[in-house]
Design a protein around this ligand. Structure first.
Ligand SMILES: N[C@@H](CCC(=O)N[C@@H](CS)C(=O)NCC(=O)O)C(=O)O
Length: 225
């Protein structure tokens, strides 16, 4: 009995320790891969691509009824929403010199501010509107007015943000790489792909971070050739 119990516990532990990312191929999915790679955590990838039948299988809908990627399983935790995934990983795995979410109270407040700003102002209300009406007009309708307003809004927000980081700092929060750099770099990379001009300080930031080995590795995993 004891042996069987022991084996079950072992198998159970193995299942609940498993780390999986569902989703590749987008500026949101790479955030989960990059955070895991940055932290040196083992995981496996389930190839689920957006706007394909992959997100409509009963298995995937059971994991995320919203049918959206990325999703992370981290042992018993299943979590969607890329900024939340990065934060979850950053809060739960520290060490080896990598601290994706700062513990310091003031730095953590800035983390939350940038996380909300990038998710809401740069992603959801700017680039994602372009995604819908410029990139997917067959689904969401062609809307040149919405596209123009989104481009203008993105320019206003990114130029305002540039003033906050134009002090020679290497990373968005200062001297240390954080989860905010994962969110910002993936968002700026998306903006470039959508032909949005960037202020010099952010163009230089993108050029620098493009050489980071963990970004290169995450890009390879997220956008396999
Ligand atoms: N706020 C979510 C957005 C997730 C999202 O919209 N993912 C896209 C791919 S980047 C998707 O799955 N779209 C499918 C759909 O909207 O049906 C996040 O940051 O993870």
């Amino acid at each position: 009995m004891l042996v069987v119990f022991g084996i079950k516990r072992l198998l159970g532990a193995r299942m609940s320790d498993e780390r999986i990312v569902w989703g590749i191929g987008t500026s949101r999915t790479i955030r989960a891969h990059w955070a895991l790679i940055e932290l040196g955590l083992d995981y496996r990838t389930e190839v689920v691509r957006t706007r394909t039948p992959d997100t409509e299988t009963p298995e995937f809908v059971a994991i995320n009824p919203r049918g959206k990627i990325p999703v992370l399983r981290d042992g018993p935790v299943v979590i969607a929403e890329s900024p939340a995934i990065v934060m979850h990983l950053g809060e739960n795995y520290r060490g080896q010199g990598t601290e994706l979410v700062p513990e310091d109270r003031a730095a953590r407040a800035k983390y939350l501010e940038w996380m909300s700003f990038i998710s809401m102002e740069l992603d959801a209300t700017s680039l994602y509107v372009l995604r819908r009406h410029w990139s997917l007009p067959q689904i969401y309708g062609d809307s040149p007015i919405a596209n123009k307003a989104s481009e203008e809004y993105f320019a206003r927000m990114i130029n305002a943000a540039a003033k906050l980081v134009d002090d020679g700092r290497p990373y968005i929060l200062g001297d240390t790489f954080s989860g905010i750099d994962i969110l910002m770099m993936t968002t700026l990379d998306w903006a470039i792909k959508y032909h949005q001009p960037l202020p010099d300080v952010f163009q230089a930031y993108v050029d620098r971070l493009s050489e980071r080995p963990t970004w290169i590795e995450a890009s390879r995993v997220n956008w396999p050739t």
